[in-house]
Ligand binder design. Structure first.
Ligand code: NOJ
Ligand code: CA
Length: 570
């Protein structure tokens, strides 16, 4: 790894005030994937006690909030995004009392808590879905989900030819209580994730109760899964897949995606959020056309929406600048702050993405891979395509670029270690439904969900006293917290320095671009004289005058090397 000059800045970090209702606007939010973060009891699955034991680590890292991916009871058909009970904790992960302890421990360090709400679908083990199966066709129980009779003379064909997001048909046939083959239900994702019927007031009321339940327990905010799919127009006759694909998605009238009336739901949720002091926050996971995002992010709606466009770009100055300019414009339009994401539990880790050839040149690359960010993983991760050092260099540069932008940054556990995607997980160890539903085509998302290495040694590199639920590669040892802690040139120390400085330097949510005279070098100035220079090229770049606060790679004769970022105070 490269060395990082550190500069001590006098003064203590400014903690976000506990009661500040705008805490989220420029927060650094750290995503915890609970089953893979820290395992206290050695059963191989990360748990709440594990998180509690690592609160000092999170505090030292300098994040403002954690977002927990689902920790609810679940059959784990989709890593917990198949929720069997929205108001409880998976007994393998902990208890509600431990959840309260965790919130208290995080709050004591000034760290806010955001939890994941999965409203588009439940688990097929949710009591409502079981009741729907038992009650039979035409009953109120079935009205909580989307059931239809099948096509064909005997109903043995699915109602439509729609494909689910995870591959395979989007309809599954049930067996009726009398044992005969029966109706079909819609699942945009896995068959174990039946879609709710949001036209049903019972569904709406139940989610309001869930939001209150967690808000009452002290949760500060919510991340809303698939926020753009809840309301659907499934009036007969249903369109075919080809017809569906031909309907524009950006006009609010598509039968499934991003319908205008979904915002009626969020207006109701907003009333709940605003009934708390400080108001609870929310961020939409909505893969919608850019011009449609502000509504999700508006103050009458969820308040913030993920900006994923940065993570689908190559490491390229023009591409990065365009996304930033657009995103800040959209944020201003909504009155919200912008959000930045380079990694999460659904995409290939950015250290790996940036170490691969451009997507278009990767083996087996398709347009669909754009979202995942790398065809490499789908192909099973052949190491000969990956330049690990280049990936890490660029990832460090991109991270400092991201953390200097106005708005909030969403970080994914392990990126502070510079972790790469794990490409070579054996097929029989994989868990992701996208792997099982696309045999031989898609390796799925397990590679970014491998349990964190905390120590150089041990049965699971310090993740827990036992083995880890997904196999960890040997190279995790040198990326472990233990290996990087206190090492000035490590990625972990870079994140710690950057997050500490960011708290001190963060001011108004604006930036001013600075002309660098080079197409491959971007520079911008924040109010207060915080200048960020990122060199996307390979030739060294001169730095503007000022005090160099932090760099992602050592300067060379006072110049910024290729694929590096510097923070300067003027
Ligand atoms: C988005 C989540 O981030 C992903 O992990 C999940 O598989 C789908 N939504 C379905 O809930
Ligand atoms: Ca455990």
């Amino acid at each position: 790894m490269t060395s990082t000059p550190q500069t001590d800045v006098v003064g203590s970090p400014q903690h976000i005030s506990a009661e500040d209702p705008t805490w989220w606007r420029q927060a650094a939010v750290y995503q915890i994937y609970p089953r893979s973060f820290a395992d206290a009891n050695g059963d191989g699955i990360g748990d709440l006690q594990g998180i509690i034991s690592r609160v000092p680590y999170l505090a030292e890292l300098g994040i403002d909030a954690v977002w927990l991916s689902p920790f609810y009871p679940s059959a784990l058909a989709d890593g917990g995004y198949d929720v069997a009970d929205y108001r409880d904790v998976d007994p393998r992960i902990g208890t509600l009392e431990e959840f309260d302890q965790m919130v208290a421990a995080l709050h004591a360090e000034g760290i806010k808590v955001v939890v994941d709400i999965v409203p588009n679908h439940s688990s097929d083990e949710h009591v409502w879905f079981r009741q729907a199966l038992a009650a039979g066709p035409g009953t109120p129980e079935r009205e909580r989900y989307i059931f239809r009779d099948g096509a064909g003379p005997d109903g043995s064909e699915p109602p439509t030819d729609w494909t689910s997001i995870f591959g395979g048909p989007a309809w599954t046939r049930v067996t009726e209580p009398d044992g005969t083959p029966g109706q079909w239900y819609l699942h945009l994702f896995a068959p174990e994730q039946p879609d709710f019927n949001w036209a049903n007031p019972e569904v709406r009321a139940d989610f309001l109760e869930t939001l209150r339940f967690w808000s009452d327990r002290g949760v500060d905010g919510f991340r809303i899964d698939v926020a753009h799919a809840l309301t659907k127009d499934l009036t007969d006759p249903l369109p075919s897949e080809a017809e569906l694909d031909a309907i524009p998605r950006g006009e609010g009238q598509h039968p499934i995606w991003d319908r205008d009336e979904v915002h009626e739901i969020y207006a109701e949720w907003r009333k709940v959020f605003d009934s708390y002091d400080p108001p609870r926050t929310a961020v939409a996971e909505a893969w919608v056309e850019r011009h449609r995002r502000p509504r999700y992010a508006s103050a009458e709606g969820l308040g913030q929406a993920f900006e994923f466009d940065l993570l689908t770009q190559e490491f390229d100055a023009a591409a990065f600048k365009e996304v930033v300019v657009d995103s800040l414009t959209l944020a201003a339009e909504s009155g919200s702050s912008s959000t930045w994401v380079l990694s999460n539990h659904d995409v290939v880790r950015h250290a790996t993405r940036y170490g691969l050839p451009p997507l278009a040149d990767q083996v087996g690359s398709t347009e669909q891979d754009q979202k995942q960010g790398a065809a490499w993983v789908l192909a099973g991760g052949p190491e000969d395509q990956l330049d690990r050092e280049q990936g890490e260099r660029r990832a460090r540069a991109a991270t400092l670029f991201e953390l200097a932008l106005p708005g909030s940054a969403y970080l994914y556990q392990g990126e502070e270690l510079g972790l790469h995607e794990v490409g070579d997980i054996a097929d029989d160890a994989r868990q992701d439904p996208t792997f099982f539903r696309n045999p031989g085509v898609d390796k799925g998302r397990d590679g970014c969900r491998v349990p964190l290495p905390w120590a150089r040694t041990g049965s699971s590199f310090g993740f827990g006293p036992g083995p880890a639920h997904l196999p960890q590669p040997q190279w995790f040892a040198e990326y472990s917290v233990e290996a990087q802690d206190g090492q000035q040139d490590s990625t972990l120390e870079l994140y710690r320095s950057a997050l500490r400085l960011r708290r001190q330097l963060q001011t108004a949510e604006t930036l001013e671009w600075v002309d660098t005279g080079r197409d491959d070098v971007l520079a911008f100035r924040r109010p207060g004289g915080w200048v960020t220079v990122t060199n996307f090229g390979t030739a060294e770049a001169p730095l503007p005058a000022g005090e160099v606060l932090l760099t992602s790679a050592p300067l060379r004769d006072g110049q910024l090397p290729g694929e590096a970022t510097a923070w300067i105070r003027q």
